[in-house]
Ligand binder design. Structure first.
Ligand code: PLP
Length: 229
């Protein structure tokens, strides 16, 4: 078995254990393989091991992989910061965007989503790390942004995404995830049909699943340490 295949097996086992510990069925947690910085060959290796959904942070790198794997019917999620001058390729090529933090970007994605494709699935990114993070919308602005995004015809609002500050302590990992879930619950109670909580990475997927994650975004534990050089 290849290293990527055995890493995938180990990550799926971690997800199943965490889900059962939380009294949840493992099928309620989707594994997104974050392939940013890794070559196409790694995506193909993961796909050969049964992985269907992949996450990318950089538009051109992601689009290149999407084009090269078009025949395989993989699902592609854009999860990185998105500037408004880069929305067109994302609207034309990706299936999901997790990192909506401004209405302007959402409006452009909606307008640029080709009519022959289904609406782009999107999550609003919430900043639960305060001053230390520049990404995501403020918790108290999340509901208004979700309501505006939910009215855009080219998009289908699915839920919330968050990237808390990394910490090793389990209880500290849970706190921001719980905060995201509480915001999510309030928006759901206000009538928006959300079904997705995109939270949890290689080092904190157990805490995220305990707090209700439905998509975990895993890079390092599948592909190894990234080298940005
Ligand atoms: C890189 C990245 C991940 C994957 O992180 P790992 O720690 O390698 O699992 C998940 N989500 C986002 C938004 C990322 O940028």
């Amino acid at each position: 078995m290849s290293a990527i295949a055995s890493n995938l097996q180990a990550v799926r086992a971690r997800i199943a254990t965490a889900a059962k510990a939380a009294g949840r069925s493992p099928e309620t947690v989707q594994l997104l393989a974050v392939s940013k910085t890794w070559p196409l060959s790694c995506v193909l290796e993961a796909a050969a091991a049964g992985q269907r959904s992949f996450g990318e942070n950089y538009v051109q790198e992601g689009v290149d992989k999407i084009v090269e794997t078009a025949a395989r019917r993989l699902e592609w999620h854009f999860i990185g910061p998105l500037q408004s001058n880069k929305t067109r390729l994302v609207a034309e090529r990706f299936d999901w965007v997790h990192s909506i933090e401004r209405l302007k970007v959402a409006e452009r994605l909606s307008a640029q989503r080709p009519a022959y494709l289904p609406p782009l699935h999107v999550c609003v990114q919430v900043n639960v790390s305060g001053e230390s993070s520049k990404s995501g919308c403020a918790p108290d602005e999340t509901r208004a942004l979700c309501e505006a995004v939910s009215r855009l015809p080219g998009l289908r609002l699915r839920g919330l995404m968050a990237i808390p500050e990394p910490t090793d302590d389990y209880a500290s990992q849970c706190l921001p995830f719980r905060q995201v879930r509480e915001i999510y619950n309030r928006i759901q109670a206000a009538g928006l049909p959300l079904d997705t909580l995109s939270m949890g990475m290689s080092h904190d997927l157990e805490a995220a699943i305990a707090e209700g994650a439905t998509i975990v975004r895993i890079g390092t534990a599948i592909f190894g340490e990234r080298n940005y050089a």
